[in-house]
Design a protein around this ligand. Structure first.
Ligand SMILES: Cc1cc2nc3c(=O)[nH]c(=O)nc-3n(C[C@H](O)[C@H](O)[C@H](O)COP(=O)(O)OP(=O)(O)OC[C@H]3O[C@@H](n4cnc5c(N)ncnc54)[C@H](O)[C@@H]3O)c2cc1C
Length: 432
């Protein structure tokens, strides 16, 4: 019997270390020096390095990568347990060398890059000497990749890329842009002539690629197969977001409970009002369900593959958005006016909740994936009635018992008594 929800004591020690480190080092540092990881100031760099060295000494650097790809190889389940701590602190993923969008790009490089590409890009990315962004969505269509137009054309010993991308997160501050073209995934250094940033949006950039020339070895993976690379990238990214979302939900929940016990209204501590209790109970159950779903999906990936687990990853993707919306709303609401300000993390968390239903694919598309895949294991019933139509099942049951009744008439009488009782009850119910 292998159902076991406990954590190895050895790994629990790691989790406790991460918890203390994030609480006592990462969070205070992030409050005084936000975005410090990318700072070029020598004093800030030294402070960041000091913290990151501690992470490396614990073997917790780039925790998302498998061993053969250059990481510690924890697998998804352990990664889930780590991420549900790290995700509570916005600056922590970068301190652990595992922040999006770099993680997904590193995964693609690790899985599909040549040795030379890994040496040139993956190693410096792992050491945060190079930063990257991912250019897939286009202004005229995001959910349906068949609408994408950006294309690379081979010209001698170069590829020439033309197209337009939208919502490339952190593109403006990236060294490398991973550009999904209709005929392959390309690595484009940001400074390449022809890469033009539109003034808006500021954080998630609109980029025009006009006659952008890159050498032939900037094609990543096979020509014509950008979607396989994208799936690899996005599949991992979605489950990692979900793991960190558990942490955000727990933070909102902790705040909700603390506040409910601390305020008074209409002669009671507000936690004694039943509608407040309902919010606490619903949030508690929603987080437990999300956590089990995420960890079970992580376990399935460890025991099969990302592609074999895609139905559950899609399910997790829209469920996390829903749970974050519900729990952050409840927490914000219980904080009253304070919840609506930016003096706690709640307002930003609630504002970010709809984003979770869009980034990495909109909810509807993931729901379609789940429904389509789930339906593959079902068949329509024959005739008018569903398989669970009770009168038909009773008929079949009677036929099954008939040989026994023939041998034992007394048993038939008992069965008929049961049948009379059932009909009598049904008639009485109808008469009421
Ligand atoms: C915070 C954030 C960060 C992002 N970062 C990146 C990034 O780094 N790189 C990148 O390339 N992209 C990025 N994106 C873009 C993201 O991938 C797209 O927003 C997403 O794929 C949806 O595309 P769209 O915005 O064009 O919406 P659309 O495709 O226009 O969809 C709009 C709405 O139409 C409806 N809809 C669409 N398709 C269906 C369907 N099949 N069935 C039913 N309804 C449907 C849904 O209601 C949907 O919300 C990011 C997005 C966000 C919010």
């Amino acid at each position: 019997m292998a159902w076991d929800f406990s954590t190895d004591p050895e790994f629990q020690e790691k989790l406790d270390w991460v918890d203390n480190f994030c609480k006592n080092e990462v969070e205070p540092f992030g409050l005084i020096f936000p975005y410090a990881v990318r700072s070029r100031h020598p004093k800030i760099k030294a402070l960041v390095k000091g913290l990151q060295d501690q992470v490396k000494a614990q073997g917790l650097w780039a925790i998302f990568l498998d061993e053969e790809l250059g990481g510690p190889g924890f697998g998804q389940l352990k990664l889930g347990l780590l991420n549900e701590i790290i995700g509570r602190y916005p600056t922590a993923p970068q301190m652990f060398g595992s922040a999006a969008p770099d993680t997904g790009n590193m995964e693609m490089l690790a899985a599909f890059g040549t040795e030379e590409q890994k040496e040139r890009w993956l190693k410096p990315m792992l050491n945060q000497q190079l930063w990257s962004a991912y250019s897939m969505t286009e202004p005229h269509g995001g959910s349906d990749p068949r609408l994408f137009k950006t294309r690379a054309v081979r010209d001698g010993d170069e590829w020439v890329i033309n197209g337009e991308k939208w919502f490339t997160s952190a593109g403006r501050v990236a060294d490398l842009l991973f550009v999904m073209c209709t005929n392959g995934m390309f690595v484009v250094p940001r400074e390449t002539p022809g890469v033009e940033f539109m003034p808006e949006p500021r954080a998630h950039n609109h980029i025009k690629y006009t006659n952008v020339r890159v050498p032939l070895d900037h094609l990543l993976g096979p020509e014509g197969d950008a979607r396989t690379l994208a799936q690899r990238r996005l599949g991992g990214g979605r489950i990692h977001h979900a793991m960190r979302t558990i942490a955000r939900c727990k933070l909102a929940f902790d705040m909700m409970c603390e506040r409910a016990l601390s305020r008074e209204s209409h002669g009671q501590i507000i936690s004694e009002h039943q509608m407040v209790q309902e919010k606490i109970a619903d949030s508690y159950a929603a987080i437990r369900m999300l956590r089990l779903f995420v960890l079970e999906t992580a376990w399935k990936i460890d025991n099969s593959s990302t592609s074999e687990t895609r139905t559950d990853i899609a399910g997790v993707k829209f469920t996390m958005a829903k749970v974050l919306r519900e729990v952050s709303f409840n927490a914000l609401h219980i904080h009253g006016s304070l919840g609506t300000t930016d003096l706690t993390p709640l307002q930003a968390m609630y504002a970010a909740a709809p984003t979770m239903g869009i980034a990495d694919g909109v909810d509807e598309v993931h729901k379609v994936t789940v429904a389509r895949n789930v339906l593959k294991s079902y068949e329509p019933h024959e005739g008018l009635w569903p398989r669970e139509y009770i009168p038909a099942k009773r008929e079949q049951a009677r036929a099954k018992f008939e040989p026994l009744f023939e041998k034992d008439p007394e048993l038939r009488e008992v069965a008929e008594g049961f049948e009379r009782m059932r009909r009598g009850r049904a008639a009485a119910a109808r008469a009421r």
